[in-house]
Design a protein around this ligand. Structure first.
Ligand SMILES: NC(=O)c1ccc[n+]([C@@H]2O[C@H](COP(=O)([O-])OP(=O)(O)OC[C@H]3O[C@@H](n4cnc5c(N)ncnc54)[C@H](O)[C@@H]3O)[C@@H](O)[C@H]2O)c1
Ligand SMILES: [Zn+2]
Length: 365
């Protein structure tokens, strides 16, 4: 049983969520495509090979590009390697690319597709929770440079997205829980039912971390993926008309990105965003926008998932400097998304430095 969410826009596309989907990806390859490039990492070698076989059975020429794992794959060198493979395989405008992997691979594959011949189709097959609920949906693609993350990129929407929940069985549990931070975020900013679902499922979500998630947990995760994708789809589509709505997806990310930077990217993204959301909640509480119980709920949900909810004191100057350099800052003015009550995100531009320092004190350990 699979569920699907449509992302509207100039070219609406489907995000399918469910078990055993990878073999269906061959059906999603555009009619006109004679060649398909599968971009993957060594971790998913076997799955990539299975995908190659079904695509070949469907009468297309499948070409493989194995790329370095995680952020090491999001570089200009790897991008050039993919272009070389495309060039040597005579890829035309009507051929297609498949990104099979976590958010790093879908970001790279999306950018390869955006740039080759000024844009060819990309089918995304995210294999991590983070990739399913966030990276593979919405059309943002890109790579890193030596100076920073995601500095080069393009908007290029996928032709379709296949969230095969079978992949969640092999994802390390800590990575999965970090991906849940992004799910909880969509609960705080829009679909507040997500919060209750996560709260009820927390004991099962954190149980037996060495074992694959139980069928019940996979069922809950499927529901949460569909809900989160729906939120992202709604926001991304509304953003096309009402600019800046997309910023609400950045809840917890202003401080989160700064923590990632200060920690030299040794933290999981979701862990940094978790602290960032608690910080944003404290900030909203201090600004009189969010009640004490709702601030406490941030700590209990995220902490319950084993995600960090505090941060060492004494690093404010470094965090502030990192936030000012963030590409989402305008000039040196800091921008935060805060909640004016759960489910109601608003923008807070250039808050009083004393308020920021007080919110930092509240999350410091
Ligand atoms: N484009 C966007 O809108 C957007 C949004 C959020 C995040 N991102 C990007 O996504 C990336 C993070 O994504 P991520 O958290 O998926 O990290 P990742 O892609 O680096 O994957 C994390 C690790 O999990 C491994 N892995 C992947 N699938 C697996 C599976 N099924 N079983 C076992 N291991 C598996 C990978 O090999 C990797 O080592 C970042 O580069 C971030 O910038 C992009
Ligand atoms: Zn994020």
């Amino acid at each position: 049983m699979s569920a699907s969410v449509w992302v509207d826009g100039a070219q609406p596309y489907e995000v399918v969520v469910g078990p055993g989907l990878t073999t269906r990806v061959a059906q999603a390859v555009p009619e006109a495509a004679e060649r398909v490039l599968i971009i993957h990492t060594a971790v998913l070698q076997r799955e990539a090979e299975a995908l190659r076989a079904v695509i070949a059975d469907a009468g297309r020429t499948a070409v493989m590009a194995e790329v370095p794992d995680a952020e090491a794959g999001k570089t200009a060198e790897v991008l050039a390697f993919c272009w070389q493979v495309l060039g040597r395989s005579d890829f035309t405008r009507s051929d297609a690319i498949v990104g099979l992997g976590g958010g790093a691979v879908t970001d790279l594959a999306g950018f390869v597709a955006a740039s080759w011949l000024r844009g060819v189709s990309v089918i995304q097959v995210p294999t991590t929770l983070q990739g399913m609920v966030d990276a593979a949906v919405g059309g943002k693609t890109g790579i890193n440079t030596a100076e920073g993350k995601n500095l080069v990129g393009a908007f290029h929407e996928p032709a379709s997205v296949w969230c095969d929940t079978d992949y969640l069985a092999t994802q390390p549990r800590n990575d999965l829980l970090a991906g849940l931070a992004e799910v909880v975020k969509t609960g705080f900013i829009r679909d507040t039912e997500i919060l209750g679902i996560v709260e009820s499922a927390t004991p099962a979500l954190v149980a037996a971390p060495e074992a694959p998630p139980s069928p019940e947990v996979v069922g809950v995760l499927t529901d949460l993926i569909v809900r989160s994708v729906r939120v992202k789809a709604d926001v991304v589509v509304a953003d096309l008309k009402e600019s800046h709505l997309r910023e609400i997806l950045n809840y917890g990310h202003t401080l989160g990105h700064a923590i990632e930077h200060v920690e030299r990217y040794s933290w999981r993204h979701g862990a940094a965003v978790s602290v960032g959301m608690v910080f944003a909640a404290e900030l909203a509480g201090l600004a009189g926008r969010l009640g004490e119980a709702d601030v406490a709920r941030h700590r209990s949900i995220l902490g319950g998932l084993g995600l960090p909810v505090d941060y060492p004191g004494g690093r404010w100057d470094a965090l502030l400097a990192a936030m000012r350099r963030d590409k989402k800052a305008r000039g040196s003015m800091l921008r935060f998304v805060v909640l004016q009550g759960i489910g109601n995100p608003v923008r807070l531009d250039g808050p009083d430095p004393a308020l920021l320092a007080a919110a930092y004190a509240a999350i410091s350990r």
